[in-house]
Design a protein around this ligand. Structure first.
Ligand code: GTP
Ligand code: MG
Ligand code: ZN
Length: 390
C-alpha cells in the first residue's frame, strides 16, 4: 500500500496536456479582432462577470472574453484580446466534459494569477451552431462548430459523377443550422473538363442556379485552362481565389466533407505552405484515413477564417425538416398541398408534389434527392427514441 502511494500519480489530464502541441506552435490562428461576438454574447459576458464578482468574489481583472479557436483531444485553446491560452473547465462546468464546447464558442474566461491554464467559467449563448446527429437509436447531437456564417460543402471530383445526395445532405444540415451553404469541388484535375461540366450541371439542378460553387485543383493538370473555362461556363468560381471569394474577410466558415476530400490540402494551398497535415486516400474506394484529428480555426491571408475538421463518417438525416424545406422550398410548398399529411409523394392519390412534377416544376434529380432525404428523415423519426429527438 505504502509503495503504491509513493508512486507519483499522473492524472489523465496531465498526460493529455503533455501530449498537446505547445502554444507557441499554434500558428495561423485568427487574431482577436477577426472574431466578433454578437451584442447578445457581449452582454452575456458582462452579466457573467458581474455574477462572478458578486457571488464568488472573483477579481474582474482576472476575467476575459474569449473565443475557442482550437480543440486538441477536446482541450480548448482560447483567443482573448491579450493572446491565446490553453484552458480547462471550471469545476461548476462539470470538469472533463469536453464535448460541451465547440470551436467558435464564446466563453467567459478566468485567468487566475500564476496559473498556466485559464478556466472556462461559462460558455456564452450561441448565435448558431453546426451540429450533426451521431450514433444509433439513442444518438446524440454533436456540435461541429459554433457561430459560423458559412458552410463549405467539400466534395472531391473524380472520373465518376459526384454524389448529389451527399451534397444536398450537407446543404440541408447547414441550412437547418442557419448557415449559408456553398459548395467546393476539389481535385478537378482528376475529372477533366467534360465530367466537371456535367457535375456542375447536376449541382445546379439539385441546389438551384443560385448555389455558389468554387472548383479547385491542388495538383497540376495539363488541361488547367479547359477546367477553368468549364467551371466559369457554369457560373462557378475558380481556384483559391474562388474559395477566398466564398469566405471574405470577416466571415467564419467551416468545411464539411468526408475524410480524403482534400480539405486540409485546400487550406494549405490557401495559406501558401504546408501548415496542415494531409494524408493519402485508399486506392480501392478513394476513402481518406482521417488524417486531421484537431478541430482548428485557420486565418487566411486576404480572406476570412476557415475551420478545419476531421472528415465526417456520416451525416444522418434526423429532424432536419426545416433545413430540407429551405433547400427544396418549392417541393416543400407543394407537399403542403398533398391530400394525406403523411404522403410519401411516390404513389398516393391527390399528391400535389407528383402533380407539379408532372407539369415540369422540378427536375427528376431534384425530386429524387428530396425524396431520398425525406424518406430517411421519416425512418429516423420513427426509430429514434422520442426523448432524444429535439
Ligand atoms: N489529384 C488531386 N489530389 C488531391 C487534391 N487535393 C487533395 N488531394 C489528395 O487527397 C488526399 C487527401 O487530402 P487531405 O487534404 O488530407 O484530405 P482531408 O479532407 O483533409 O482528409 P481528413 O483530414 O482525413 O478529413 C491527399 O493525398 C491529397 O494529396 C487535388 O486537388 N487533386
Ligand atoms: Mg484534413
Ligand atoms: Zn405527396
Amino acid at each position: 500500500m505504502a509503495k503504491r502511494s509513493a508512486k507519483r500519480r499522473v492524472s489523465r489530464a496531465d498526460r493529455v496536456e503533455q501530449a498537446l502541441p505547445a502554444l507557441s506552435l499554434l500558428t495561423d490562428l485568427p487574431s482577436f479582432d477577426e472574431l466578433v461576438p454578437t451584442k447578445e454574447q457581449q452582454e452575456a459576458f458582462d452579466g457573467s462577470c458581474k455574477r462572478l464578482e458578486r457571488e464568488e468574489g472573483v477579481d474582474r481583472c482576472e476575467l476575459a472574453l474569449g473565443c475557442v479557436v482550437r480543440l486538441d483531444r477536446g482541450f480548448p485553446a482560447v483567443m482573448t484580446a491579450s493572446g491565446v491560452t490553453r484552458s480547462e473547465f471550471a469545476a461548476q462546468l462539470t470538469k472533463g466534459d469536453f464535448s460541451r464546447v465547440a470551436v467558435g464558442d464564446w466563453v467567459c474566461l478566468r485567468m487566475p494569477e500564476g496559473h498556466e491554464m485559464s478556466l472556462i467559467q461559462e460558455i456564452l449563448p450561441r448565435e448558431s451552431d453546426i451540429a450533426r446527429w451521431k450514433g444509433g437509436a439513442r444518438g446524440e447531437r454533436q456540435t461541429l462548430a459554433a457561430n459560423v456564417d458559412v458552410v463549405l460543402v467539400v466534395q472531391a471530383l473524380g472520373a465518376e459523377a459526384i454524389s448529389c445526395e451527399r451534397i444536398a445532405r450537407s446543404a440541408v444540415v447547414a441550412a437547418d443550422c442557419g448557415a449559408h451553404v456553398c459548395v467546393v469541388l476539389t481535385k478537378a484535375d482528376r475529372a477533366g473538363a467534360e465530367v466537371l461540366g456535367e457535375d456542375l450541371g447536376l449541382i445546379e439542378q439539385v441546389l438551384g442556379s443560385d448555389a455558389r460553387v468554387a472548383v479547385t485543383a491542388a495538383k497540376g493538370s495539363s488541361d488547367e485552362h479547359g477546367l477553368e473555362q468549364a467551371a466559369r461556363a457554369h457560373g462557378a468560381l475558380w481556384g483559391n481565389e474562388g474559395v477566398r471569394e466564398l469566405v471574405p474577410h470577416g466571415t467564419i466558415a467551416i468545411m464539411l466533407g468526408e475524410s480524403g476530400a482534400g480539405k486540409s490540402t485546400l487550406l494549405n494551398a490557401l495559406l501558401g505552405r504546408d501548415a496542415l497535415e494531409t494524408g493519402a486516400v485508399r486506392e480501392r474506394d478513394d476513402a481518406g484515413r482521417h488524417t486531421t484529428v484537431a478541430r482548428r480555426m485557420v486565418s487566411l491571408p486576404d480572406a476570412g477564417v476557415i475551420v478545419d475538421e476531421p472528415g465526417l463518417r456520416s451525416l444522418p438525416m434526423v429532424g432536419h425538416e426545416r433545413g430540407l424545406a429551405q433547400v427544396f422550398p418549392e417541393i416543400a410548398d407543394a407537399a403542403r398541398g398533398c391530400r394525406f399529411r403523411d404522403c410519401t409523394h411516390t404513389h398516393e392519390p391527390g399528391c400535389e408534389v407528383l402533380e407539379r412534377f408532372g407539369s415540369g416544376s422540378f427536375t427528376p434529380v431534384r425530386l429524387e434527392t428530396y425524396l431520398a432525404l425525406a424518406h430517411e428523415m421519416r425512418e429516423s423519426a420513427a426509430t429514434l427514441d422520442p426523448d432524444v429527438v429535439i
